[in-house]
Structure formats: structure tokens, C-alpha cells
Design a protein around this ligand. Structure first.
Ligand code: NAD
Length: 335
């Protein structure tokens, strides 16, 4: 049985908890045996929800619990690197929320430590585990659309609060909107297109977030080494408020995949923000966490690699730089 220490019991951690609970009586068997959060009430509440007694406000204490074999890191973005390195150095396998890190030097350092201590690392790129993304990937891999050469992924609408007052919306802590949200789709584009990104050009606006220097809306154009192009458009706090929508096209030399809102989760918008309707949002987390547990159980490499997550971080940092300079950023050795 895989014994997990969960670090970070805020928003997304609840989806992870729900997924781990499903594995308790399933295959492979896994369970959370302790939790850590800086906020004592949050850690305690999660422990109660999980039916366990061990909780702490100090994740290093959790890492010292000898029976913990793996950690699931659901903390704020800029804490991932240090926590993951501390876990690796204690021989714990690691599932870490996206983005892998908020800087490339942190990513490089983390990957070195993971390799040195020989633990498994799986960055939690949830979009690889949704039905819509897997069916598109299967279709692409089957050759049915020929070589994919153009991807347009538009994810619009505003589900963050209009004043950007959410507890984790801070460019310093999250690395910025382009990184923390763009990284999902940058990774997905690489996975779907199966080519190497060579340059990034991006534009952004920060109408609703000017006080934070965050880009509420951005568009990122990625060029690949096989001449494929990906255009990623995203917003998270549109003004005026609008319904959220997704529109996806993958154009190949012999066919096209279209996908979007009607194929994915549905979102219900109100004055208090939004909520997902239906079970669809959770199924990506369930599959992601089962994939991590499966890899550990069978001592196989996890399906998402540290190198892939590092590349997605690099692309989003390049996009940030492009927005600021107005230039096309070549993904050379600095990236
Ligand atoms: N996969 C997805 O679809 C998805 C969606 C939302 C968020 N996320 C990612 O999940 C992570 C967490 O985001 P969130 O929205 O849950 O944020 P959150 O602020 O709701 O939760 C983060 C929690 O981590 C705790 N924390 C921070 N530093 C800590 C430390 N050093 N030790 C212990 N606890 C610590 C905080 O107290 C908080 O409870 C981020 O990396 C975010 O990008 C992923």
C-alpha cells in the first residue's frame, strides 16, 4: 500500500483528497496517512475529512514520518521547489501540483536532486487526464488527422474574482497568471503536437489586474521545430464578466479535431464566482492520481515527466518576457 503525506490542504487539495479516498479500496491501494498545512485549522479539517489523526503545520515534520512513502504537494506555486527537494532528499516519491516551479533555476535544481536521490517525480498536469484531452491524443496518435500542424486552444471567461482578491492570486506567489494557468495548455500543446517548441511570442492585458501586474488575458503563439504552430488564448478574470468557454481545434494534414466547452466540464456563474456542474472536473484528478499510484506500484516512470513540466514552465516564462518586451523569445539555452 502506498502511504501518502499530503502537503497543502487548501483549494485544489480537496480534489486530490477525493481522488486518494477513491484509491483506498481500489487498485493500486493507496491512502493519505498524514497532512500538513501552514494553517492549523485547514490541516486539522482535512485530517478529519480523511479520517486520520496525524496533521502538522510543519511539512518537515510530515517528511520525518517514516511510514510516508510518497508526498502529494498541493501548496502555493513558489513553494513547490523547496518542499519537493526536501521530500526527495528523504527518499519520498513526489506528486507535485503545476507549475513544477516558478523559476527555471528552481526547476533545474529540483530535477537534479530528484535524479540524485532516485525518487519518482510526477508533475500534476491535470489536463493530460481529462477525457477530452486523452481522446484527442488517441486520435492524433492513431494517425487519423495526419500530422498535427496547428492548434488553437481558446479558454475564455472569468472565474477569478474581478478584483483579484483571491487568497492565492499574487504574481510573486503564483509566478503570474501566464505561468500558473498557461502552463496547463503549454504542456498539453507539446503533448498533443509531439514536437519541440522553438519560440514563443505573447501579448497580454491587465485591465482587471493592473494593481497586481498580472495579465488577466493573454495570447501565446508557439512555433515548433516541425513548423507546427500553437495559439493559446486564455483569460481568468474577464471584464465585463462573461461565461466561461473553451474552443479547441487541432488541425492536421489529413483532418481536424474540434473540442470545447460542450465536450468538457460545464461551469455555472453567479455573483459569488463560479462552480463546476457535474462530475467532470474531478475525473481528471482521479485519473491523474491513479496514474501516479500505478507508476509507483509497478515501479514504472510516471506518465508526466519533470522534463516536460520544466519545458512548459520555460515556455510560460518566455511568454511573460515576450509580453514585457514585445519580442519573439527563442527557446534557446536560457530556456
Ligand atoms: N490542476 C489544477 O487544475 C489546479 C487548479 C487550481 C490550482 N492548482 C495548483 O494547486 C496549487 C495550490 O493551489 P490552490 O488553489 O489550492 O491554493 P490555496 O491557496 O487554496 O492552497 C494552498 C495551500 O498551501 C498551504 N501552504 C502554502 N505554503 C505551505 C507550506 N510551506 N507548508 C504547508 N502548507 C503550505 C496554504 O496554507 C494553503 O492552504 C498551485 O500550484 C496551483 O497552481 C491546480
Amino acid at each position: 500500500m502506498i502511504k501518502v503525506g499530503l502537503i497543502g490542504t487548501g483549494g485544489i487539495s480537496r480534489n486530490h483528497q477525493a481522488a486518494w479516498l477513491k484509491l483506498k479500496d481500489a487498485e493500486p491501494q493507496a491512502e493519505i496517512i498524514g497532512v500538513a498545512d501552514l494553517v492549523a485549522e485547514r490541516a486539522q479539517e482535512a485530517a478529519t475529512r480523511l479520517g486520520i489523526s496525524r496533521w502538522t503545520t510543519n511539512y518537515l515534520e510530515l517528511l520525518d514520518w517514516a511510514d510516508v512513502t510518497a508526498v502529494d504537494i498541493c501548496t502555493t506555486e513558489n513553494t513547490h521547489a523547496q518542499i519537493a527537494m526536501d521530500a526527495a532528499m528523504r527518499g519520498k516519491h513526489i506528486l507535485v501540483e503545476k507549475p513544477l516551479t516558478t523559476t527555471l533555476s528552481d526547476a533545474d535544481h529540483l530535477l537534479e536532486v530528484v535524479s540524485k536521490y532516485g525518487v519518482s517525480l510526477m508533475p500534476a498536469h491535470t489536463h493530460r487526464f481529462y477525457d477530452y484531452s486523452r481522446s484527442a491524443k488517441n486520435t492524433i496518435d492513431s494517425g487519423e488527422i495526419g500530422t498535427p500542424i496547428y492548434l488553437r486552444y481558446c479558454s475564455g471567461g472569468g472565474f477569478w474574482r474581478q478584483d483579484w482578491s483571491g487568497n492565492r492570486i499574487s504574481p510573486v506567489e503564483t509566478g503570474g497568471n501566464v505561468l500558473t494557468n498557461g502552463v496547463h495548455i503549454a504542456d498539453l500543446a507539446n503533448w498533443w503536437l509531439g514536437a519541440k517548441p522553438i519560440s514563443v511570442y505573447a501579448q497580454g492585458r491587465n485591465l482587471t489586474s493592473s494593481h497586481l501586474e498580472m495579465y488577466d488575458y493573454f495570447i501565446m503563439t508557439i512555433k515548433y521545430d516541425n513548423n507546427a504552430t500553437a495559439v493559446i488564448e486564455m483569460s481568468r478574470a474577464n471584464m465585463p464578466r462573461s461565461n466561461s468557454f473553451m474552443s479547441i481545434n487541432v488541425l492536421g494534414t489529413e483532418g481536424e479535431i474540434t473540442s470545447g466547452t460542450e465536450h468538457n466540464s460545464q461551469r455555472l456563474h453567479g455573483d459569488d464566482g463560479f462552480k463546476f456542474v457535474g462530475p467532470d472536473y474531478q475525473h481528471g484528478f482521479d485519473r491523474e492520481i491513479r496514474a501516479f499510484a500505478n507508476a509507483l506500484e509497478h515501479q514504472e516512470p510516471p506518465p508526466v515527466t519533470g522534463a516536460a513540466a520544466r519545458l512548459a514552465v520555460a515556455m510560460c516564462l518566455a511568454a511573460e518576457r515576450s509580453i514585457q518586451t514585445g519580442e519573439v523569445i527563442i527557446l534557446g539555452k536560457d530556456f
